[in-house]
Design a protein around this ligand. Structure first.
Ligand code: NDP
Length: 399
């Protein structure tokens, strides 16, 4: 018997709600709250049977959040609004002694710089309140860190090299669209690249380093080195890592559009004056781009996200590759979502399940690799994200 409050009725929120509703033995009561209530009502209607309650909430307003949590009394809050809301929702969870889970780490709205320091700073307060906060429980961050913890537990004495490879070989048929919130997505990929090498961070120009990587069932795709948030916690939690990199695929057309938008100033987060009022170009761009939740219908092709790891086992060199492939059209058939929303929403549901069933226990603020990966890996296979592994074969990232 557990009550869950999901905040954020976007592409990911839709998946979390529907997947929680498919596990009624754990999620007995579900509420979806967001800024635009009509979006919550639409998702609740799609689930049907009056299973999902809805509410309007401004997740930047802590007293409003506290009032909602106090009236509904959830056991856990799943935050799938935007990273800007993370600290406010964590604060409300603290004040109401409610467990917390999210899928993306906090970044200030006026500076495109995500870092865990703001959320890790809540650790002692969560510990003293006797509640759990789980950070970054989507696919990447999320499953990629659980894959790494699983590899470390079962296959390596020492991990030395980690490459997270994220390929979307899908086609949504639009000229230009982002698969998750456009503002957050564009902020992430237009910032400088960064990777871990011999115990320190090396910076690159945005999208400077790229090469083709071969993905299972997909083939070679041009992959770009980005800085991604899970690298920060993984190099801290697995200190034997000498190298840690994150790669993401982009098509030529996407990069061309992005370059033009950047050159004309549309991706800037600095306010400009327009007809007597300040607007932020990137926020305006978001308003004219397709919403991620609208991309599912007709989306074809697959994603492939995984971890390629090199290290030592029993004194010998070892390689390990673990990955999931997810089909956009199958996701749409199941929950009317594209695969990026699906691969984020399913792990968020499983993470909440881990807390509610007591399989992940802890008082304080944690990253997902702090917990036992085994029950989570088992649930991925059961709830729509089956994974595959290869041991001691040449790693595609090194070829
Ligand atoms: P969307 O833009 O589709 O949805 C965001 C939702 O949050 C919208 O419904 C929006 O409301 C709501 N929201 C925004 N601000 C507020 C607020 N102040 N109060 C209440 N609700 C608010 O984004 P996605 O669903 O694609 O992404 C959701 C989250 O998932 C993001 O944080 C994203 O970074 C993360 N993510 C994580 C991934 C991972 O693998 N770890 C991958 C993909 C996404 P409105 O509808 O009114 O605009």
């Amino acid at each position: 018997m557990s009550k869950v409050l999901i905040i954020g009725a976007g592409g990911v929120g839709n998946v979390v709600v529907r997947k929680c509703a498919m596990v009624p033995e754990i999620f007995t009561d579900i509420m979806l709250a967001s800024r635009t209530k009509s979006k919550c009502d639409q998702i609740a209607a799609a689930v049907g049977g009056n299973k999902v309650k809805t509410a309007k909430v401004d997740a930047d307003n802590v007293p409003e959040l506290v009032a909602l949590i106090n009236s509904y009394k959830p056991d856990i809050v799943i935050n799938v609004a935007l990273p800007y809301q993370d600290l406010h929702i964590m604060e409300a969870c603290l004040q109401t002694k409610t467990h917390y889970l999210d899928t993306a780490n906090y970044e200030p709205i006026d500076e495109a710089k995500f870092e865990y320091k703001w959320q890790w700073a809540f650790h002692d307060r969560f510990k003293n309140a006797g509640i759990t906060a789980i950070l970054g429980c989507g696919f990447d961050p999320g499953v990629t860190s659980i894959f790494t913890a699983y590899a470390n537990k079962h296959y390596f004495d020492e991990m030395h090299q980690l490459d997270i490879v994220d390929c979307n070989a899908g086609d949504h048929g639009k000229s230009f669209a982002t698969n998750f919130n456009p503002e957050i997505n564009i902020r992430e990929i237009t910032q400088r690249g960064k990777y871990w090498k011999q115990g320190q961070w090396v910076e690159t120009e945005p999208l400077e380093i790229h090469k083709p990587i071969i993905y299972p069932e997909i083939g070679p795709k041009e992959s770009y080195l980005l800085y991604h948030e899970e690298l920060e916690s993984l190099v801290k939690n697995f200190p034997t890592l000498k190298s840690a990199r994150f790669w993401m695929t982009f098509g030529e057309k996407y990069i061309n559009f992005l370059n033009v938008l950047q050159e004309v100033g549309m991706t800037s987060i600095k306010p400009v004056m327009y007809e007597g009022r300040e607007i932020v170009p990137l926020q305006f761009l978001k308003a004219v781009l397709p919403e991620p939740s609208s991309l599912g219908e007709g989306y074809k092709g697959k994603t492939s996200i995984g971890c390629q790891i090199k290290g030592i086992k029993d004194g010998k060199e070892r390689t390990y590759y673990v990955w999931n492939n997810c089909d956009h059209a199958e996701c749409y058939r199941e929950v009317e979502a594209q695969a990026i929303s699906y691969t984020t929403g399913v792990p968020a549901m499983i993470g909440a399940m881990m807390v509610l069933t007591g399989q992940w226990k802890g008082e304080g603020v944690f990253n997902v690799e702090d917990f036992n990966p085994d029950p989570f890996m088992e649930m991925l296979n059961k709830h729509g994200l089956p994974w595959h592994e290869e041991i001691d074969k040449p790693l595609p990232v090194n070829q």
